[in-house]
Design a protein around this ligand. Structure first.
Ligand SMILES: [Fe+2]
Ligand SMILES: [Fe+2]
Length: 226
């Protein structure tokens, strides 16, 4: 790992650990006033994806605090953890990682950036690792419902690993992979990609669904603060 990347990764890890830094940013207010229509207003594809990263980091920030409480012995809030798993599966994985894997990465490959042995391969491996963590979180839920403490610990451990993985993963994309895409994809290719993203939003995910993610994220954050 080069020095620049190491520094960047440390920055991102710090940011994840020092979650209070996320407070005071106006991410949610930016995204609530327009009812989720934050895509397609002349944004580049990587800008769209970076805006999604902010939402994912918000959810992970809320989850991290909740998980710290579970590790300290607070019984897990079952409704909360189910909502968190739903958000991570639906928004982070299906919506966001879906756009990367099905649209951005193939476009980058077409532009000559190899899939294996390079950053795209690393990103794909990290998506797969993330899916395993979320799967383990989901699988611990029935045990948690029965009051099994080991299941709560399993949930907390996997949530923490997932958060740490994603924070670093997002840092690599924002600072390395996306700038590479910006540099290698022509303006026409980027425009095409942005319109494919908008199509995914409208036809595959759907407007209602997106609103639901925003509501869910807000809930994940406010439940903790209540
Ligand atoms: Fe990714
Ligand atoms: Fe991403």
């Amino acid at each position: 790992m080069g020095h620049a990347l190491r520094t960047m990764v440390e920055d991102v890890s710090m940011r994840f650990a020092w979650t209070s830094q996320l407070k005071g940013r106006s991410i949610m207010s930016n995204h609530t006033h327009d009812h989720g229509h934050h895509h397609g207003h002349g944004e580049t594809p990587t800008q769209v994806l970076m805006a999604e990263h902010e939402l994912i980091l918000e959810a992970l920030d809320a989850l991290e605090r909740r998980v710290a409480a579970i590790r300290a012995g607070t019984p897990p809030d079952r409704a909360y953890i189910e909502k968190a798993v739903t958000f991570l599966r639906e928004f982070a994985d299906k919506c966001h990682h879906g756009k990367e894997e099905d649209l951005l990465f193939p476009a980058m490959e077409k532009a000559g950036i190899p899939r294996t042995g390079g950053p795209i391969g690393v990103m794909l491996n990290e998506h797969a690792a993330g899916r395993n963590y979320v799967k383990a979180m989901a699988e611990s839920i029935p045990g948690i419902k029965k009051g099994d403490k080991a299941a709560a610990r399993t949930f907390a451990e996997n949530a923490r690993n997932y958060g740490a993985l994603l924070a670093v993963h997002i840092g690599k994309e924002d600072n390395i992979l996306y700038p590479m895409a910006d540099a290698r994809l022509t303006p026409a290719q980027q425009k095409e990609l942005a319109s494919c993203f908008a199509e995914v939003e409208e036809n595959i995910i759907g407007h209602d669904k997106h609103e639901e993610y925003h509501r869910l994220l807000k809930e994940l954050e406010t439940v903790y603060l209540a």
